[in-house]
Design a protein around this ligand. Structure first.
Ligand code: NDP
Length: 311
C-alpha cells in the first residue's frame, strides 16, 4: 500500500504514519514523480493540483484538516475518489479555548480595559449575569458542537444553528432561515464555525449583522468568506461614530494573509489572529488517518465529504 503525504512538516507526518502502518510505503510529495505515482491514498493539506491529477489508482483522499474548501476547489480533483476529512481530531478543544477566550474578552470588558489603559483610566465595569449573555454558534459539526457544549459548560446560554436539526445537551439547537434570524436577534456574541461553501458565503452580511443586538460582538474562526468584511467594518463604525457592533475577534479572512493595508488591521475594536485558532494536532490526526485507511482497506462505509454540499 502506498500513501503520499503533502502538508507543512510532511516529514514528521511521514515518520508517524510509517510507524503506525509498518506495512505501508509512506512518501512525501517531494519524492520523485515515478515513485509517488500509483498511490493508494493521498493524505493532504493544500496539495498542488498536479499531485491529485497524476494519480490513477487512488482509493481515497484524506484531508488533513477540517475545512475542505481548498481541496474541493483544486482543479482536476478526481470526482470518483472518496474524500474524508479530519473530524475534531483534537481541534475541537483548541477551538473551544479560542472561542471561550473571545467570549470572555467581551463579557468581562477586556476590550474596554485595554482602551482605558491608553488613557490611564481606572473604571471598573459591572459583570452581567452569564444568563444575560447568550452566545450563538453557527455550525454544529464536529468542532462547532464541541465549542457549543464547552460554552454551555462554562455557564453561558448557548444557541446553535446548523443545516439539519440537531439535539445537543445544554444547547438550544435551531436550523433554517428562521432559526438564524431568531439566533441573531438574541445573542451577545455570535461565533461562526461554518465551512466555506456556496451556501455560507457572506452569511453574515449587512442585513444579518444588523439583526444582532446593539453592542454584540462577532467571533470568526470558521472561514473569512462567511462574513462580508466591509459590512462588518460598517457595523463596527469608528472612534467618532461608533457602530452597532462592539467588536470582533477574527482568525480567518477573505484574503490570507490579511493584506497589510486592510482596514481591519487598524480597527481599534478588532483583534486579529493569523489563522491559528485550531491547528491540527499531529498525534490525534495520525490516529484518525490510520483508522480511515484501515476502514477503506476493510471496505467499511465512511462518512465522506459531499462535494455538492461543499463540506
Ligand atoms: P463539519 O463539517 O463537521 O460541520 C459543519 C457544520 O456546519 C455542520 O453543523 C453543518 O450542518 C453546518 N452547515 C454547513 N452548511 C450550512 C448551511 N448552509 N447552513 C447552516 N449550517 C450549515 O465542520 P467542523 O465543525 O469540523 O469545522 C467547521 C469549520 O471550521 C471548517 O469547515 C473550517 O472552515 C473551520 N476550521 C477553522 C480552523 C481554524 O484554525 N481557524 C480549524 C478547523 C476548522 P449539518 O450538521 O446540518 O450538516
Amino acid at each position: 500500500m502506498k500513501i503520499v503525504v503533502h502538508i507543512d512538516d510532511a516529514a514528521q507526518w511521514q515518520t508517524a504514519l510509517a510507524e503506525a502502518l509498518p506495512q505501508a510505503t509512506v512518501l512525501t510529495s517531494d519524492a520523485p514523480e515515478n515513485e509517488r505515482q500509483n498511490a493508494d491514498y493521498l493524505a493532504v493539506w493544500k496539495a498542488p493540483a498536479h499531485l491529485l491529477n497524476e494519480q490513477i489508482q487512488l482509493k481515497g483522499i484524506i484531508n488533513l484538516g477540517a475545512g475542505v474548501d481548498y481541496l474541493l476547489k483544486t482543479p482536476g480533483l478526481p470526482s470518483d475518489v472518496p474524500i474524508v476529512k479530519l473530524r475534531d481530531a483534537g481541534m475541537g478543544e483548541l477551538m473551544a479555548d479560542y472561542v471561550l477566550y473571545g467570549v470572555l474578552h467581551f463579557y468581562r470588558s477586556m476590550d474596554r480595559y485595554a482602551s482605558q489603559q491608553q488613557r490611564a483610566s481606572w473604571q471598573p465595569h459591572a459583570v452581567p449575569e452569564k444568563a444575560q449573555w447568550p452566545v450563538g454558534v453557527l455550525g454544529l459539526g464536529a468542532i462547532g458542537s464541541f465549542v457549543a457544549t464547552s460554552l454551555s459548560q462554562a455557564g453561558f446560554p448557548v444557541v446553535g444553528w446548523s443545516r439539519s436539526p440537531k439535539q445537543i445537551d445544554g444547547v438550544r439547537c435551531l436550523h433554517g432561515e428562521q432559526g438564524l434570524d431568531e439566533l441573531l436577534r438574541q445573542v451577545q456574541s455570535v461565533v461562526t464555525i461554518l465551512p466555506d461553501t456556496a451556501a455560507t458565503k457572506g452569511i453574515l452580511n449587512a442585513e444579518q449583522l444588523a439583526k444582532l443586538p446593539k453592542g454584540a460582538s462577532v467571533i470568526n474562526p470558521g472561514r473569512g468568506s462567511l462574513i462580508d468584511e466591509q459590512a462588518l467594518l460598517d457595523a463596527l463604525g469608528d472612534a467618532k461614530h461608533p457602530g452597532h457592533l462592539r467588536g470582533a475577534l477574527l482568525d480567518v479572512f477573505c484574503e490570507e494573509p490579511l493584506p497589510a493595508n486592510h482596514p481591519l488591521w487598524q480597527h481599534p475594536s478588532v483583534i486579529i489572529t493569523p489563522h491559528m485558532a485550531a491547528p491540527t494536532p499531529l498525534n490525534d490526526a495520525i490516529d484518525q488517518v490510520v483508522s480511515y485507511i484501515k476502514a477503506f482497506e476493510a471496505g467499511e462505509s465512511l462518512a465522506t465529504v459531499s462535494p455538492e454540499a461543499g463540506y
